[in-house]
Design a protein around this ligand. Structure first.
Ligand code: KG4
Ligand code: ZN
Length: 336
C-alpha cells in the first residue's frame, strides 16, 4: 500500500511516499529557515505564504522521485493538527484537492503521531506497545503508545516545551534560529559541569515536566553577566544547560518505563536529534536493559515521510476524513 504524505504544520513544506508504513520511497522537505532566521523565529504569515507557493512543486518532486503516478497510490495523508493554523490549512486544502481529483481516501494525521511513526521507518522491527518521549518545539510528552492509533499521555510539560526552552536560551546566548540545533553544535566541547542549574521537578507528578524555571535561570545568568560586563563561556553555559534539560527528560522517561514496566522506549520530535539526549539515553537504557529506538537524524525534524507512515496505520484503522476536514491549531495526541 503506497501513501502520499503532506506536511505543512510549521516552517517546512514536505511531501513523501511511503510503502506499507515502513518503507521510505521518496521524501522531499523544503525548509524556510533562511526566511525566518532574520526574525529570530517563525513568522506565521510568511510561513503560510511560502507553503502556498511551493507545496505543489514539493509534491510533484516527491511523486517524481518515487516514480509513481496517482493511480499507484492508496491514500493521501495530511497533517491536520496541531500547528500554525495558516500553515496547516495550506496542506489540508491541498490534500483535499488531490484526494478529490485522484479519488483517493483523505487521511487526517496528528503531527505528533507522525513524529512517533518516524521510528517505524527507522526501526522496522518496532511495534507497539512502547513508551515514547515526544520532544518538539511546541510539545514535551511522555506517551504510552498502546497501539498504532491508541495513545495515552502519562507525562506532560506544565509550561514550556523542551524545544522552546532550548530555543529561547540559545537566542539569549546570541545564537541564530533554530536555537536548539545551533546550541547542540555550540555546546559540543563545553563543560557540562561548569554551571549548576536548578534540578526541576513537579510536586506529586513525577512524569511531568516544567522548563520555565530553567529557562529563566539561564537568561538571568546571561543578563547578570552582561550587566557586570563579564563574559560567559557560551559552550560551557550551553553544555550545562543542555545537561539540565536532558537530565530532566531522561530521569522522568526512565521513571515512566519503570512505572509501566515497559522495556521498549522510542524518542521523537525535533529535540530527539540532540546529541546529548541520544548519547545519555543509550547509556541509561543499556544499564536498565531497555530497548531504545531513535529516529534517523533526517527524520527527527518535520518531514512528510512520518506523516505517510502514520497515515498507513490510520487508514488501516479506518480513520478517513471527508472534504469537510478542518485544520486545528491544538489537539491532544489521544483525541483523534
Ligand atoms: O519537531 P520539530 O522539528 O518541530 C515541531 O513540531 O515543533 O521540532 C523543532 C524543535 C526546535 O525547538 C529545535 O530547536 C529543536 O527541535 N531541535 C533541537 C535539535 N534539532 C532541532 N534541539 C536540540 N538539539 C538538536 N540537535
Ligand atoms: Zn514537529
Amino acid at each position: 500500500m503506497k501513501i502520499l504524505g503532506i506536511e505543512s504544520s510549521c516552517d517546512d513544506t514536505a511531501a513523501a511516499v511511503v510503502e506499507d508504513g515502513r518503507v521510505l520511497v521518496s521524501s522531499v522537505v523544503s525548509s524556510q529557515i533562511h526566511e525566518h532566521v532574520k526574525f529570530g523565529g517563525v513568522v506565521p504569515e510568511i510561513a503560510s505564504r511560502r507553503h502556498a507557493e511551493c507545496i505543489a512543486e514539493v509534491t510533484r518532486s516527491a511523486m517524481r522521485k518515487a516514480g509513481v503516478d496517482y493511480d499507484d497510490l492508496d491514500g493521501v495523508a495530511v497533517t491536520f493538527a496541531p500547528g500554525l493554523i495558516g500553515s496547516l490549512l495550506v496542506g489540508v486544502n491541498f490534500a483535499k484537492g488531490l484526494s478529490f481529483a485522484a479519488d483517493l481516501p483523505l487521511i487526517p494525521v496528528h503531527h505528533l503521531r507522525g513524529h512517533v511513526a518516524s521510528n517505524y521507518l527507522s526501526s522496522p522491527e518496532l511495534e507497539p506497545p512502547f513508551v515514547a518521549l515526544i520532544v518538539s518545539g511546541g510539545h514535551s510528552h511522555i506517551v504510552m503508545v498502546n497501539d498504532y492509533t491508541s495513545y495515552e499521555i502519562i507525562g506532560r510539560t506544565r509550561d514550556d516545551a523542551a524545544g522552546e526552552a532550548l530555543d529561547k536560551a540559545a537566542r539569549a546566548m546570541g545564537l541564530d534560529y533554530p536555537g536548539g540545533a545551533n546550541l547542540d553544535i555550540a555546546a559540543k566541547d563545553g563543560d557540562p559541569l561548569a554551571y549548576r542549574f536548578p534540578r526541576p521537578h513537579v510536586d506529586g507528578a513525577p512524569l511531568d515536566f516544567s522548563f520555565s524555571g530553567l529557562k529563566t535561570a539561564v537568561i538571568n545568568l546571561l543578563h547578570t553577566a552582561r550587566q557586570k560586563g563579564e563574559s560567559v563561556c557560551v559552550p560551557d553555559v550551553g553544555a550545562s544547560y543542555i545537561k539540565a534539560v536532558t537530565d530532566f527528560l531522561i530521569d522522568n522517561t526512565m521513571t515512566a518505563c519503570e512505572q509501566t514496566g515497559m522495556k521498549k522506549l522510542a524518542i521523537a520530535g525535533g529535540v530527539s536529534a540532540n546529541s546529548v539526549l541520544r548519547r545519555e539515553l543509550k547509556r541509561r537504557c543499556a544499564e536498565k536493559g531497555i530497548d531504545l529506538y531513535l529516529p534517523a537524524l533526517n527524520l527527527c525534524g518535520d518531514n512528510a515521510a512520518m506523516i505517510a507512515s502514520q497515515g498507513y496505520y490510520e487508514l488501516r484503522a479506518g480513520n478517513i476524513a471527508n472534504l469537510s476536514l478542518n485544520a486545528l491549531a491544538t489537539l491532544g495526541i489521544d483525541r483523534c
